[in-house]
Design a protein around this ligand. Structure first.
Ligand SMILES: [Zn+2]
Length: 234
């Protein structure tokens, strides 16, 4: 094979690797963002459960206060009842006391329900805490791996770019320019094989004369259809 073609193929290989690594590097911030939002979601789920548990406790304390004020009312009423001389007033106060006592019973039922709920929430918080800790550990590890990967990719990219620079220095400037423009515009490859007279870049058959030139391999030949540089692949 034409030595310049061989150099171009090596150059192309490095440039393809550079492009691949650059693409990988571009996905790193998104991967990091995804992991960070997983972490935030896990923390938010835990916080929301804790908030519910705190609210249940606040509600229960309020009910306790409600019971307390009613008990005070009852005590006050009992004193009034004790002091009254009127029978109808005595009875009216007795009814009021009864009403407060019924309310207290109802509130205490609610309190029991809330305590039951609080117990369940406590268990849920404990489970969620365990889950959140596991998630945090796993995500921290993944973030660390991602940082390592980013570093490795950056090092590899730097080495490849250096190698690419050295290779490019030994290639004829016009040919390098031609290669660079093709590589940038084609998106895949600038130098492709000609197999059974078909360009493997655009999959079109080249003319017999072109195929012949490629087989002889004395000069740099381009596909008439797509412009890619051809080398003899069959
Ligand atoms: Zn072609």
């Amino acid at each position: 094979m034409h030595s310049e073609l061989e150099q171009l193929l090596v150059l192309q290989d490095r440039q393809q690797k550079i492009r691949q690594i650059e693409n990988e590097i571009r996905t790193v911030p998104l991967q990091r963002k995804n992991l960070e939002s997983q972490l935030a979601a896990s923390a938010a789920a835990l916080e929301s459960l804790k908030q519910r548990a705190r609210q249940a406790e606040v509600d229960r304390k309020n009910l306790e206060l409600d019971v307390g004020t009613r008990q005070q009312s009852i005590a006050r009423l009992r004193t009034q009842q004790y002091e009254t001389r009127k029978n109808d007033e005595f009875q009216a106060i007795g009814h009021e006391i009864e009403r407060y006592e019924k309310e207290i019973t109802a509130i205490e039922d609610q309190e029991l329900e809330l305590m039951d709920q609080a117990d369940k929430l406590k268990a849920e918080v404990a489970a969620e805490e365990k889950k959140a800790t596991t998630a945090k550990e796993s995500i921290s590890r993944q973030l660390k791996d991602l940082d390592e990967k980013a570093k490795t990719l950056a090092t590899r990219l730097e080495a490849l770019k250096k190698e690419r620079g050295t290779l490019a220095d030994s290639i004829d400037e016009d040919l390098l320019d031609r290669f660079d423009r093709l590589f940038a515009s084609k998106g895949d490859a600038a130098v492709v094989a000609l197999e059974h007279d078909v360009c493997t870049g655009c999959h079109m058959k080249v003319t017999t004369a072109t195929a012949m030139q490629v087989r002889v391999g004395k000069e740099i030949v381009s596909c008439e259809q797509c412009g890619r540089i051809l080398y003899n692949g069959s």
